[in-house]
Design a protein around this ligand. Structure first.
Ligand code: GDP
Length: 299
């Protein structure tokens, strides 16, 4: 089953209520809008995002003259489709182009522990390598030796060197030295893995800020687990406010996600989802195509 089946099914209830209706009115749109609202909430889309969404669809629905030849239910589908695209961005968003001559393109990875951040580093390294770029990774998670080992192993898998200084140096210093090394070796892209915590805390944010200052990334990507529920909104807001992100990687999209985080990231941060993780293997990373996602949702 597709993970968006529930959302699709919920939306369908809304269209079905308009069968046989001649024209959208304030009155007959009420129930369908409730279905849309319920479907989005059940998909774990954050409440403020849901409210805004329903309001926009409503104002379009009651403000639109009858369009000859287009059934009201089709009209509503179109309005919802437009809003979904608005939520996720209508085009795929590539990595920033740093255009700094002679300097590596630096991508900083941030996110809570367990979301798939380290895995995403390896995947992104492979993705960039396939584009013909030379890549280096930097391990700055000094709290968990296992995390450094993991990145080193992933590096071996995708044949990308990993810069590390063990667990006794400061993350920002490791990052700075790693970038120096990359410059010396004239590496095209550097991916900086960072330490995550189980929950947002000030120490983690301060450290991320320091690492960011040290490496001046062109992209700061927030790695988000697609299963994140209602709390996706506050998570994205905190990271974006504290360190500033340029986009997100949504992981575990192959799992039993209800879709909420996918619909929340851009509305909350103004920054797009750039990639999605669709499995544990290094090849399982895809650019994020909003249109395809909307097609999956609307069937
Ligand atoms: P980190 O703590 O954020 O660095 O998380 P890890 O990279 O160690 O990943 C945590 C777990 O999630 C590991 O078992 C990964 O194999 C798994 N994982 C990561 N990305 C994906 C994905 O896109 N799909 C699936 N199914 N599992 C993933």
């Amino acid at each position: 089953a597709d993970s968006f089946d529930n959302l699709s099914g919920g939306f369908k209830k809304a269209w079905d209520k308009l069968s046989g209706v001649q024209q959208l009115t304030q009155e007959n749109i009420k129930d369908p809008l409730k279905d849309i609202r319920r479907a989005l909430l059940e998909a774990d889309v954050s409440l403020p995002v849901v409210r805004q969404f329903v309001k926009k669809v409503e104002s379009k629905a009651v403000g639109t003259k009858v369009i000859r030849g287009i059934r009201p239910d089709q009209q509503l589908i179109k309005f919802v489709k437009d809003e979904l695209l608005d939520l996720m961005g209508s085009e795929r968003a590539p990595l920033e182009d740093p255009t700094r001559r002679g300097e590596p393109q630096v991508i900083l990875m941030a996110g809570l522990q367990g979301v798939g951040k380290t895995t995403a580093c390896g995947k992104l390294a492979l993705h960039l390598k396939k584009q013909g770029k030379t890549v280096q990774m930097i391990a700055t998670d000094v709290y968990r030796p296992a995390a450094i080992d993991q990145l080193r192993k992933l590096g071996e898998q995708v044949d990308v060197p990993v810069f590390e200084m063990g667990t006794s140096a400061k993350p920002a210093d490791i990052a700075r030295r790693g970038i120096q090394e990359a410059k010396k070796k004239k590496v095209d892209c550097v991916i900086v893995d960072t330490a995550g915590r189980l929950q947002i805390d000030d120490d983690m944010m301060t450290e991320l800020k320091n690492v960011k200052k040290a490496v001046k990334p062109s992209d700061t990507l927030l790695v988000v687990d697609a299963m994140t529920g209602q709390e996706a909104s506050s998570l994205v807001k905190s990271f974006n406010t504290d360190i500033g992100i340029t986009g997100a990687i949504l992981t575990k999209m192959d799992g039993d996600t209800r879709g909420g985080a996918a619909l929340t990231v851009k509305e909350i941060s103004g920054r797009p989802i750039k990639f999605v993780g669709v499995g544990e293997k290094m090849e399982a990373l895809e650019p994020f195509y909003p249109e395809r996602m909307v097609s999956r949702i609307l069937g």
